[in-house]
Design a binder for this molecule. Sequence first.
Ligand SMILES: Nc1ncnc2c1ncn2[C@@H]1O[C@H](COP(=O)(O)OP(=O)(O)OP(=O)(O)O)[C@@H](O)[C@H]1O
Length: 276
Amino acid sequence: MVDSRPAETGPVLRADDVAVVREGTHLLRDVSLRVERGQHWALLGPNGAGKTTLLGLLGALTHPTRGSVEVLGHRLGRVDMRTLRSYVGHVNPRHPLRTALTVRQVVLTGATNTTELVPRWEPTEQQVRRAEELISTLGMADRAGSRWDTLSQGERGRALIARALMPTPRLLLLDEPATGLDLAAREQLLSSLDALRAEHPQLATVLVTHHLEELPTSTTHAMLLRDGQALASGPVEEVLTGERITKCFDHPVRLSRVEGRWSARAENGVRNRLSS
Ligand SMILES: Nc1ncnc2c1ncn2[C@@H]1O[C@H](COP(=O)(O)OP(=O)(O)OP(=O)(O)O)[C@@H](O)[C@H]1O
């Protein structure tokens, strides 16, 4: 049996010249990425760019058609994917929970890596303590006993991040965590992510979004994807430039960064609208 436990050294993620081909179409082509401990990556690109496809590889959910992917030091195809996945926190906003669990119970399902509570499973005292700590870090202490179906989308998002952190993963993958959140909920989520990253300096994260406004200030690196290819990849100050974002989204964009947060607006947006 191959040992799937995370390697103690080396990069958290490594993808080399990866391609994903489905029904004769390249969803990803020649994509390479290396994520080290403590790095926080943003994966940006327009609809259909291949962001979710890449996240599926990084979360050991799918295999590449060509190239190699190493997750926590293990090459996909050579290890038990299910065991490897248990060391990766994957936050999917479309969490398919069917029962009326409380926030506390949902977070505890992170310990068993299941959607529902496992029958006859009892959490240890340590697990209960960790769940409470995470709920509090994510700013959900006053909602810990609330039922899932009564939560707002923002509260669910934060509960799912706490859930994903239960097994103390080395890697947290976030697929559009701010989608559908109102301004206050988005800001709370981004502050929670900043706090989490400060509290866990070894944690690496990869966050997918279309919107620069949804990037936490603690973002360290970025990759721009378009048509399945990486247009740019590296430290965030080098990658997030108006010129590059314009090329990536095929739209003239002016970029600004204030107090660590980004915003993008269409260049000559008013003139374009008036002349159309
Ligand atoms: N199994 C599949 N077979 C064929 N095409 C697929 C398959 N899965 C995804 N695609 C296509 O691959 C492309 C990339 O999809 P992906 O979901 O990775 O993009 P994305 O960047 O996450 O997009 P969005 O921002 O819209 O969520 C899309 O055009 C999608 O329609």
